[in-house]
Design a protein around this ligand. Structure first.
Ligand SMILES: Cc1ncc(COP(=O)(O)O)c(C=O)c1O
Length: 392
């Protein structure tokens, strides 16, 4: 008999038992009093998670990509110009969607493993006239590489040089893992999804919208139908939804949000930070190379590691899955087969990280990589665990 597969990937992430129990309840009517009561809890709690208590957070039955499309389509007209800061597959998606919508994209791409600095952004923005860029699209956590960008500092630069520009942030795998303050950082649109730090299955998308973005929304020529902000917001203000939502997922969300707020976001962030440090220390102790070399860009949600010479990513992943029922991720697109990614996002605890690193050492050993004695990675992670004792 095998234990259940354990997901150490950057989404979908493990779902806690209390959330699973809520998901398993028989569905109720989406116009019922009971469901209204759920939405009365869910909508304000979502605002807390985004740090968007002075803004709106729209809840869609959709995936993260849909919310990215909604952000662009609801606030931009075709032919308007935007700047996309790309550092991997998902940040590039802003450009892919915008191109489809006929928006003119200026793409600024950096190499895999690198992020964007405020200094370089200031230089980049100097090439545009004030008002030229209707939006600047950023990513908080680039899941395909494990880069976490300094959103607060980047947003400050944008606001200083292009005051009216909409700042859009993909925080699909950043939210709930690292600090994110929508209102305080003056962000206009921020996107996330249920299957990540929210500890739920896929199916819900969240989109924070500022007053500035709402104003723009009322000026665009084709804001769409299903994702139209105004219609969605009108319903949300009545603690309802315009169409039939994923009722069961939203009941699960009520529980997951309560769990996050009970842990306390600063504690949640410390937990993620600790796991990131444990994994990075373990990989380094094993003599493996990290894709993201600079600690300042290291993701709290996922860590990308290069396999040792002569050992394939497929062999590592197969060994972990077949012998230990642990799933880790491959690289994507040009990084396929070049890196493996260990997710530490959502309901992941030190037990899970130590277990994964221990199994990884066994698998590497079996694959012929015996440069370090067994226990090296675990010991390095244990050391970090002991040193990061400020987690409450
Ligand atoms: C950073 C980031 N943005 C966007 C997406 C797309 O989200 P979805 O697959 O829910 O459409 C993902 C999915 O993994 C992601 O990691």
């Amino acid at each position: 008999m095998n234990p259940e597969l354990f997901l150490m990937i950057p989404g979908p992430t493990p779902v806690p038992q209390a959330v699973l129990s809520a998901l398993a309840l028989p569905p109720i009517g989406h116009r019922s009093t009971d469901f209204k009561a759920t939405l009365k809890k869910v909508y304000p709690a979502l605002k807390k998670i985004f740090g968007a208590e002075n803004s709106e957070v729209l809840l869609y039955t959709a995936s993260g990509t849909a919310a990215m499309e909604a952000a662009l389509a609801n606030t931009l007209n075709p032919e308007e110009e935007i700047l996309v800061l790309s550092c991997g597959v998902f940040s590039h998606r802003w450009a892919d969607i915008a191109n489809t919508l006929g928006i003119k994209v200026h793409l600024w791409q950096v190499d895999a493993g690198l992020g964007h600095t405020p200094e370089a952004l200031a230089e980049k923005l100097a090439a545009y006239t004030p008002g030229q860029l209707k939006a600047v699209c950023l990513i908080h956590n680039e899941t395909s590489t494990g880069v976490m960008n300094p959103i607060e500092a980047l947003a400050k630069v944008v606001r200083a040089q292009q005051p009216e520009t909409l700042i859009m942030v993909d925080t699909v795998t950043g939210l709930g893992a690292a600090e994110f303050e929508f209102d305080a950082w003056d962000i206009d649109l921020a996107v996330s999804g249920s299957q990540k730090g929210f500890m739920l299955p896929p199916g819900l998308a969240f989109l924070a919208v500022s007053a500035r973005a709402m104003t723009r929304h009322h000026q665009v020529c084709r804001p769409g139908f299903y994702f139209q902000f105004a219609k969605q917001l009108k319903s949300q203000h009545e603690f309802s939804t315009p169409y039939t939502p994923a009722v069961s997922l939203i009941r699960g969300l009520e529980v997951a949000l309560a769990m996050l707020l009970e842990e306390g976001l600063p504690n949640t962030f410390k937990r993620h930070q600790r796991h990131q440090k444990m994994v990075r220390a373990a990989a380094t102790a094993l003599g493996l190379k990290l894709l993201v070399e600079e600690d300042s860009f290291a993701s709290a949600s996922v860590t990308s590691v290069l396999p040792p010479e002569g050992v394939s990513v497929d062999a590592i992943r197969a060994g972990l899955r077949e012998q230990f029922n642990i799933v880790i991720a491959n690289g994507q697109k040009e990084l396929l087969g070049k890196i493996f990614r260990i997710g530490h996002l959502g309901a992941i605890f030190p037990r899970d990280v130590l277990m994964t690193l221990s199994a990884l050492e066994v698998v590497l050993h079996q694959a012929g990589y015996k440069q370090t004695p067994l226990g090296t990675a675990v010991k390095a992670a244990q050391q970090v665990y002991l040193e990061t004792h400020d987690y409450e």
